[in-house]
Design a protein around this ligand. Structure first.
Ligand SMILES: [Zn+2]
Length: 92
């Protein structure tokens, strides 16, 4: 298994077995983000989807999630805290 210097947790960690997307962003994640951080991201993404009532099949929703990946996972910004106090008030 490949080991990478994970951008997020800074450690030499196991890389993802394969890129999560078939594009440049996916390859970058595989090079820079470890398995642990990626699975944490997926949990965070589920929170975002629930919080904003997103449908990941919708192009706009995917665009939003990709921009979150770019900012939070691959960018240098601090992760934004999701306001979970509004959880449950999202209308479908
Ligand atoms: Zn990591």
């Amino acid at each position: 298994m490949d080991t990478i210097e994970c951008r997020r947790c800074q450690g030499p960690r196991p890389a993802l077995a394969k890129a999560p997307f078939r594009n440049e962003r996916g390859e970058r994640i595989q090079r820079e983000i470890c398995q642990t951080c990626w699975s944490e991201w997926l949990e965070h993404q589920t929170l975002l989807i629930n919080h904003y009532g997103l449908d990941p099949r919708e192009p706009d929703a995917r665009k939003f999630l990709y921009s979150q990946i770019d900012q939070v996972l691959l960018g240098d910004e601090e992760p934004q805290q999701v306001d979970t106090s509004k959880k449950g008030s999202v209308e479908w």
